[in-house]
Every structure is written in structure tokens, then in C-alpha cells.
Design a protein around this ligand. Structure first.
Ligand SMILES: Nc1ncnc2c1ncn2[C@@H]1O[C@H](COP(=O)(O)OP(=O)(O)OP(=O)(O)O)[C@@H](O)[C@H]1O
Ligand SMILES: [Mg+2]
Length: 271
């Protein structure tokens, strides 16, 4: 098994020193500066001592707030998402956290908000999975690190919806599954994804099954803006699927999902 940067987390300090020498490798330098700060190293060390991370692999993605790495888990490959403490967009995190009743008591330092955010992503993924939405299974949240099931094959992550062209029939299937997932999230998990788009949906190319990812910002129904966020999610999806000749009105889908539970209650009553 060949990996770009294979190393035991236990030896991470020395390895990081070695990385520092690769001056030309800007990506690695970025990784060193932004991700592997002292608290993060400690958290990685803890996860390695527990055996959850056997070895760190190469970077999968460098996003706005987090870096995602491939790693070897206890049995399978895992994805390790590390929120940067130095993240510049954490102010927007505050808006999502403060409206969420589950996080009423957190202290408001930047660090605490990021730790809460990491836990929030874990809980959101668990709730989504329990409601029947296909998501990476979260394994552990430790400080700013979320360890989850790796969604990919042969050390390569599955393509995003954006990167994976679909035939018309398959596109229709994917579209209806995505709408079903938004519905399950709202009506069963009491959640709204909040950043749903062709970038935050992966496709298993063997089955064309969509997988929702990136749920740190997902909010419960009680969040004052949850309804705006759901409409925006639906608009992003209907906009994207227009290229496949699928022309659905986002407002109709939105009303259908919002009124569903009420209608079910009314029907139950009638029976
Ligand atoms: N569990 C996973 N398995 C495989 N790949 C993953 C997994 N989680 C994330 N990725 C990869 O990492 C990328 C970024 O993940 P994610 O969207 O969760 O992070 P992010 O930092 O919020 O990204 P961005 O700021 O770009 O939205 C994904 O597009 C995907 O390619
Ligand atoms: Mg993302």
C-alpha cells in the first residue's frame, strides 16, 4: 500500500520537522502551519494511542475551515477532518451555533466554538444516518478532529456530484434520492443540511448512490433560519439538475416537505 505521506502519528513531531524541510511543497507547508498546531498534534496523539488512527495518509482536501486526510483506521480506511483553530471563517460558525439549542451553554472562545462545531458535525451525521440518509459514519470527535468512515475506493474519495457525469435515468434517480434525503432530514431527523450543493454530495460510482457530507453547519428545525436554509438547499439542487432536463419548482418541493408531517398528522386523525 503506497501512500504519499505515510507515517505513524506517534512519530508525528519528527515527521513534521522533516516536512518543514520540503520548502517547495507549499501544500505540505500549509498543512503544517494551519493544521498541525500544538493542540491538534495532541489530539492526534490521543487518537493514535487509542488505536483509532493507525497511520496518517495524504491530504484529501483543503477547504475553507478544515483539512481532510486519508488515514488507516483500526479495520478500514478512515477520513480525518481537522478544523483549523486559526480558521478565518469561524465568525460565521458562531451564527449557526448560537441559534442551536443543543449548544446553549458553550463558552464563546474561538477554540470552544470550533470544538463545539466538530461535535455538532458528529451529532448531525449520527442523526442523519439514523434517519436513513447515507452519510459517512462518524467514529470519534476529539477536540477539533472528526474521524469518520472513508467514502471512497482504493484510497481515492468518491467523486462529488459535480465531478461525476450521470446518464439521464441515473440523474433522475439521484435527484429523487436527494429530495428524499432532504425530506428525511427535515421530517425525521429534525435537521436542515444548510450547505447542500453538488459539492457536498458524493456519488458512489458503482451504485450511483448519493452520499451527503459536510454537516458541521447543519441546524435543527428550531434554528430561526432553518427554513431559509432548507429552501436554499432545495434551490441549489433544482438548479444543478436542470442540466439533466429535470425542471422542478423548488418552492413546490419546499412546501411539500414542510407540510408533510402536518398532513400525515391530519390523515392519522381522520382515520
Ligand atoms: N468521509 C469522507 N470520505 C471521503 N472523502 C471525504 C470525506 N469527507 C470529506 N471528504 C472529501 O473532502 C472534501 C471536503 O470535505 P468537507 O466538505 O466535509 O470539508 P470542508 O472543509 O467543509 O470543505 P469546503 O470548505 O470545501 O466545503 C470533500 O469534498 C471530499 O472530497
Ligand atoms: Mg464541503
Amino acid at each position: 500500500m503506497k501512500k504519499k505521506v505515510v507515517r505513524k502519528v506517534k512519530r508525528i513531531d519528527t515527521e513534521v520537522d522533516k516536512l518543514r524541510m520540503k520548502r517547495k511543497d507549499t501544500d505540505t507547508l500549509k498543512v503544517k502551519e494551519n493544521v498541525f498546531d500544538e493542540p491538534t498534534l495532541k489530539a492526534l496523539y490521543t487518537l493514535s494511542n487509542k488505536g483509532i488512527i493507525q497511520a496518517m495518509g495524504g491530504p484529501i482536501s483543503t477547504g475553507k475551515e478544515a483539512n481532510v486526510f486519508l488515514a488507516e483506521g483500526e479495520e478500514k480506511d478512515i477520513a480525518v477532518k481537522i478544523y483549523r483553530i486559526s480558521s478565518s471563517t469561524f465568525n460565521s460558525m458562531e451564527d449557526y451555533i448560537l441559534g442551536d439549542p443543543r449548544f446553549r451553554n458553550i463558552r464563546h472562545s474561538k477554540r470552544d466554538i470550533i470544538f463545539a462545531w466538530t461535535k455538532k458535525e458528529q451529532r448531525n451525521l449520527i442523526r442523519a444516518k439514523e434517519a436513513g440518509v447515507l452519510v459517512p459514519e462518524p467514529l470519534v470527535a476529539e477536540r477539533n478532529i472528526l474521524v469518520m468512515e472513508f467514502m471512497g475506493m482504493d484510497e481515492k474519495p468518491y467523486p462529488s456530484l459535480k465531478e461525476h457525469a450521470l446518464k439521464k435515468d441515473a440523474a433522475e434517480e439521484v435527484f429523487s434520492t436527494v429530495i428524499k434525503y432532504i425530506d428525511l432530514l427535515y421530517n425525521k431527523a429534525d435537521l436542515v443540511h444548510g450547505d447542500l450543493s453538488e459539492y457536498n454530495i458524493l456519488i458512489d460510482p458503482n451504485t450511483n448512490e448519493p452520499i451527503f457530507i459536510d454537516m458541521g453547519q447543519s441546524v435543527t428545525k428550531e434554528h430561526p433560519r432553518s427554513k431559509d436554509f432548507m429552501l436554499r438547499d432545495i434551490e441549489n439542487i433544482t438548479r444543478y439538475f436542470k442540466r439533466y432536463g429535470i425542471d422542478e419548482d423548488p418552492h413546490d418541493l419546499y412546501s411539500y416537505i414542510r407540510n408533510k408531517k402536518e398532513n400525515e398528522q391530519i390523515n392519522k386523525h381522520k382515520r
